[in-house]
Design a protein around this ligand. Sequence first.
Ligand code: NAD
Ligand SMILES: O=C(O)C(=O)C[C@@H](O)[C@H](O)[C@H](O)COP(=O)(O)O
Ligand code: ZN
Length: 408
Amino acid sequence: MSAVRTALYAQVADIRIDTNGRDAASVHGAVESALGLVDIVAREPRRLDVESPRGAYAIHVGAGLLADGRQLAEAIRGRHVLIATDANVARIQLPVLEASLRRLRPDLVIAVHCMPPGEAEKTLGRWQEAVAALAKLGATRDATVVALGGGVVGDLAGFAAATWMRGIDVVQVPTTLLAMVDSSVGGKTGVDLPAGKNLVGAFHPPAAVIADTAALSTLPARELRAGLAEVVKYGAIFDATFLDWLDDRAEALLAGDPEATAEAVLRSCRYKADVVARDPFERGDRALLNFGHTFGHAIETEQGYTGATGGLVHGEAVAVGMVLAARLSTALGRAAQADADRLLALLQRFGLPTRVPAGLDPSALLARMRLDKKADAAGLRFVLWDGAGRGVIVRDVPESAVMAVLAG
Ligand SMILES: NC(=O)c1ccc[n+]([C@@H]2O[C@H](COP(=O)([O-])OP(=O)(O)OC[C@H]3O[C@@H](n4cnc5c(N)ncnc54)[C@H](O)[C@@H]3O)[C@@H](O)[C@H]2O)c1
Ligand SMILES: O=C(O)C(=O)C[C@@H](O)[C@H](O)[C@H](O)COP(=O)(O)O
Ligand SMILES: [Zn+2]
């Protein structure tokens, strides 16, 4: 262990990062916490393989994968690497990831691109900065973008990779629970416009996903809860018994228990991997993953993506959206009230919001939904459920019923 410690410190001391000043204390903290995890990594990280139009890729899940570095080092083909991250993650996880990469792949030419955190930064302007960083690096077609961060970084950096020279590799290294269980898998990338969420983007599956569950130890509680909303979503649409499992493990998950967390990540990735392998371009049942999102995205857009400054963050908006989708299902006679009540109780147990924020106008939200990506010339489509674990895609939902749940 002491040889690993010496090597990690030596590598970290060597690193120059233009975009982020880090003090010695934060480097020390990051290295020490990474070292504490090397033992845990010996307990075998788990691996899932996912078919995709760009080739099969592995999802690695385990504690300490960033300090270990082997899965990441092996996923990089060419010489140029752009590590894209945000300012919070750059302070905490970047030193460890960069040290591992330099230790295991001294052949690489590495640059770091750092953006400010938050949904409000998932913009075309920030995408332009990311591709400019690829140009500065001289990234060739065999270059790799390493997306180190939450879903905002993952979507934006993934889109930069999708568009640079019409498509280079991206390795997703999720550091939030939401990104581990959802956004790093399946290849949706993109940015928001003022007119709507993720309106500009591309399907661009990753070359690998490396989910170091130890990174979650520094995640703010609010972001952990937001991630749990997307975990609940899998139970709601695919598997009622997973809702029972979540209910049983709620305390453990909220406390960041490593075993419960790793299992929640793996099970979530399995649900998502199955559906995206079957339907990578969302022509069919992949749309079930949008449960709660028609409402949720309308809320986020209407609030101007102000999750970091008083609005709802994505997972919170999805929690509210799922409650509304369940109510709409009940109102349309598709599901029992008891199912909606159970979902509401679980989301409340996870400390998630379950009501439309005050001050949002139902008709303005309905207007936002018209730019939902599931809509077509024939109108809106909603993801509803026929009861817990049985998501269903529905057309011809009367606007009056939608307005009633928005207002209720
Ligand atoms: N592509 C997809 O399939 C998909 C799926 C779900 C969500 N999304 C998108 O993901 C985004 C939301 O992602 P998110 O919830 O990860 O939010 P986020 O990326 O904004 O991260 C949340 C906050 O946590 C900080 N953070 C990240 N990792 C940390 C760590 N380990 N320790 C401390 N702080 C950390 C970030 O800096 C940020 O402030 C939305 O834009 C949503 O549309 C995409
Ligand atoms: O992967 C998918 O497919 C999803 O819908 C997952 C969602 O959790 C995610 O928020 C996604 O970005 C929404 O996609 P969009 O196509 O509705 O913008
Ligand atoms: Zn989502």
